[in-house]
Each structure stands twice: as C-alpha cells, then as structure tokens.
Design a protein around this ligand. Structure first.
Ligand code: A3P
Length: 318
C-alpha cells in the first residue's frame, strides 16, 4: 500500500476526481460517519430553520425586521461586509465552509422552540444557491417574496441610481430595460441584473428541483401587509402592546417604540421617486408576459394563490 504526505495526497485525489473540487457541504449530523468525526464541542443547531431568499427590492428587509420582533425568532449576526446578509450560498463565501457559516448564528437556547433564519435577497436568482442550500439545510422552509416584477425592476434601478451606479445615472430606465445586443457592455450588464431576478417561474422551478413543494412558500406584497397585521394582532392579544404602526408619511408599516415614537426602515427602503413611465410599464408587461403565464401555471400546480398583480398582468395578455 502506497501513500503520500497529506498535501500531495490531496493533489492526487483531486487529479483523480476533479468533479469533487467544488465542495457540497452537508449537515454533519445527518450522516453517522460524519457525526462520529465531528468535534464534540461543535453543534449542528446553529443553522437556520427557514430562509427568506429574495429577490432584492421586494420588501425582504421589512419582512426580516418584522420577523425579528417575534421573541422566538432570531437571525444571523451581521457581516462586516454585507451587513444583515451572510451571502453564503451564492458567493465564494461558500468555500469558507460550514464552520464559517455557523459562526454567524447564535446557539439556540431551546432547539425545538427557537427559530433561526437567514435573509439573503440574492439567493433567489442564484444558480448555485438552491442545490447548496438543500444539501446543508434539507428541511428548511424557503420563503420568497413575489411583487410585480416590473415594479421590482424599477425599484432596483432607483436603488442603483441612489448608489451612484455610473450606468444607472447615465441611462434612463427605458434605455436600461430595452437595451439591445450591441449596446454598451455596462448597459447590458445593468439590464440583466435589473430584469433577470424577475423571471420568477424559472428561479422558483430551480428551487423546486431541490426542495419539496411543501417547503417553498411564496409571499406577495399584499400578504406581507397581511402578515404584518396578523403579527400586530397576535402580539397585542398577548402583550397588550402595539408593536407596529402604519406611518402615513412614510407610506409603510413602521415599528412603534416605547413613548409612542415610530422607527421606520432607513431612507433606502421606501424611497420617493417618480412613478414609472407608462411606456416602460407597457414594455415590461410584454417582456414578463410569458414568464408570468408560467408563474401562474406553477402557482396553480403548487396550490398557492395567485397574487393580485399577477391576475392583473394576465388580464393584459388576453
Ligand atoms: P422602494 O424603496 O423602491 O419603495 P428590499 O428590502 O427587499 O430591498 O425591498 C425594499 C422595498 O421594500 C422598498 O422599495 C419598499 O417598496 C418595500 N417595503 C415593504 N414594506 C416596507 C416598509 N415597511 N418600509 C419600507 N419599505 C418597505
């Protein structure tokens, strides 16, 4: 029997099995062989039970903050680079391994009643995330927020302008969404980042390849408000304390603090900008038409209700 020093042995191994160069982390406690060699000081409980996966600009931060008001729900510690989002499954952070990921989560005081969750809005359209998430968190519930993709695209464009993205400042929204092949590379890149997350049916199907349908939940903007109302109701029944308040100036639900003051999400959420031009809206309705039809079929198959915006868009089809 021949062997080699560890480093050379590893090189040899990956020469023989190049497809294994990309890791796919699994929960060490789900496999007896892994559990047996897993350090006694470590736990497998510092992993989320559910994930809010996005897409960006659909109200993910509001949902994240409202969920955190529940005493049994906690999320990851902030990342110095990406703030409340860990961005593990969709980036090279994945290669830092599961110890790196688990360090972001507190040790739950009661594993059965405490709910850890993660919100990373870029997971939804990412090619890699569903496969990787399902390998590590096969039992997790996946929550995605589906607002009208046209409004999502416009909100995202305004977000880029607010962050002084060069192309977003230079080109109008219509220029961005209608750019054709041969347009400047920065415009085409902005266009795909603006439009692709809104291809909801395609992304949902990818999540459904790896997760059973009963673990994938879609929430619409009206349901988000409904969730908020239910939270307020349950909370006020148990504590007689009102925790959320609809702020007419902000136009959104905000946290009600002691002393009657309200704390709304920061300036970057619920921005004020002009309404979308009718020409752009019509273009996007046409652009997303087939995808919206596919989404309606998919939601029907899943037995999930159609959002009101989707009904309206489908009526434009006929
Ligand atoms: P706009 O700023 O374009 O209006 P995300 O957190 O996923 O980036 O989404 C941001 C969007 O959440 C905001 O987009 C806003 O429309 C929506 N939103 C939903 N509820 C909100 C709330 N309570 N406060 C602020 N924004 C909220």
């Amino acid at each position: 029997l021949h062997t080699l020093p560890p480093l050379q042995l590893a090189h040899k191994y990956f020469q023989l099995f190049p497809e294994q160069r990309n890791p796919l982390w699994q929960n060490p406690c789900d496999d007896k062989r892994h559990k047996d060699i897993w350090s006694k000081e470590k736990t497998c409980d510092r992993l989320p039970k559910f994930m809010v996966v996005g897409p960006q600009k659909t109200g993910t931060t509001a949902l994240y903050l409202f969920l955190l008001m529940h005493p049994s729900i906690s999320s990851n510690f902030p990342s110095p680079k990406t703030y409340e989002e860990v961005q593990f499954f969709n980036t090279n952070n994945y290669h830092k391994g599961i110890d790196w990921y688990m360090e972001f989560f507190p040790v739950p005081s009661n594993v059965s009643t405490d709910f850890l969750f993660e919100k990373s809005a870029n997971y939804f359209p990412s090619e890699e995330s569903p496969r990787r998430a399902a390998a590590l968190l096969p039992k997790a519930k996946i929550i995605t927020l589906l607002i009208n993709p046209s409004d999502r695209a416009y909100s995202w464009y305004q977000h880029q302008r607010a962050h002084e993205d060069h192309a977003a400042l230079r080109f109008t929204f219509y220029d961005v969404i209608s750019a054709r092949q041969g347009a400047p590379a920065e415009l085409r890149s902005l266009q795909s980042r603006c439009l692709i997350p809104g291809l909801y049916a395609t992304h949902l199907e990818r999540w459904l390849t790896y997760y059973p349908a009963n673990q994938v939940r879609t929430v619409t903007d009206t349901q988000l408000n409904f969730i908020v109302l239910v939270c307020i109701l349950i909370h006020s029944i148990y504590t007689s304390i009102q925790i959320l308040h609809f702020d007419p100036q902000k136009g959104f639900w905000c946290q009600l603090l002691e002393g009657g003051k309200t704390k709304c999400l920061g300036k970057s959420k619920g921005r004020k900008y002009p309404p979308m031009e009718p020409e752009a809206r019509a273009y996007l309705s046409r652009y997303y038409r087939e995808h919206n039809v596919e989404l309606s079929k998919l939601l029907h198959r899943l037995g999930q209700p159609l959002p009101s915006w989707l009904r309206e868009e489908l009526q434009k089809v006929s």
